[in-house]
Design a protein. Structure first.
Length: 278
């Protein structure tokens, strides 16, 4: 009798183990496909983006998800976390940066949909009040990183200050064919431009950098035009396997709603444009 009972218990344990393994296997397959995910770990690139995410968090979670939000200001670390599986998505970068990351790090990140918003790039100055007040030989600070440097140079060309070589994907100063005022273009970290504005005649940077340094982000002499700005919209990035996952679509939809636009307007005013305004 004891032998039969022991045998029965062993069989039951094996069957239960197989069932559990089968269940885990199914869950792993679902997650591998990017489906049925209920806890979504999303990293914002800065506190403003975190605030925007938190504004839509309730609506997103009503669809049955749990949204865990963190702030990771280093875009490489944030992207690596998606690749390694410790994040499902991030909200920190534009398409040009993501493409550059994928090429350099052999990544497979993609955008879920259209950019959620694009921050305008502005020309700021403590010394002149208008773009027409820029004169011969003045020093202009521009971002040193390749993507934002290229945007700044295109912006200055749109303002009629430079002429750039045609057919270039990412501009450096080597592609300047004409510098009409012989401006001195000094390359520095974009975030530091507001702090050294007194040492420059003007600086080209993002409104968020100005706001965080205590300046009015809407005080720019000029903002870059939409045909440039839209190329640099901040998007929701995910691993390619998750691009068509329902949670990713639901997150994109929630971030595109008016609540997110209200945060953009409150924070940036007219110096940024939400997807609902495209």
């Amino acid at each position: 009798m004891k032998k039969k009972l022991i045998a029965l218990l062993c069989v039951t344990a094996v069957v239960m183990g197989m069932t559990a393994c089968g269940s885990d296997s199914k869950e792993n397959k679902k997650e591998a496909k990017g489906e049925e995910k209920k806890t979504i770990r999303l990293a914002a690139g800065d506190p403003m983006k975190e605030e925007l995410i938190n504004a839509i968090k309730g609506d997103f979670e009503k669809k049955g998800y749990k949204l865990e939000v963190s702030v990771i200001e280093d875009p490489i670390a944030s992207n690596n976390a998606i690749e390694e599986g410790s994040l499902e998505a991030n909200f920190i970068q534009h398409n040009a940066y993501m493409t550059s990351y994928n090429e350099e790090h052999k990544g497979d990140l993609v955008a879920v949909g259209d950019a959620i918003y694009y921050p305008c790039m502005g020309v700021y100055s403590n010394k002149v009040k208008d773009m027409k007040d820029l004169t011969e030989g003045m020093e202009i600070g521009i971002p040193r990183d390749p993507t934002n440097r290229s945007r700044a140079l295109r912006f200055l060309e749109a303002e009629g200050l430079l002429k750039l070589k045609e057919g270039v994907e990412e501009y450096s100063q080597l592609e300047i064919e004409e510098n009409k005022l012989n401006l001195k273009l000094t390359e520095v970290d974009s975030e530091s431009i507001p702090t050294i504005l007194d040492d420059l005649d003007a600086g080209v940077c993002y409104p968020i950098a100005m706001k965080e340094a205590g300046f009015d982000p809407e005080s720019a002499l000029a903002f870059d035009p939409p045909e440039i700005g839209k190329e640099y919209g901040i998007l929701i990035a995910v691993s390619e396997k998750n691009k068509d996952a329902q949670w990713a679509k639901d997150l994109q939809e929630a971030m595109s709603e008016e609540k997110a636009n209200e945060i953009i307007m409150e924070y940036f005013g007219e110096s940024a444009v939400h997807v609902s305004e495209y």
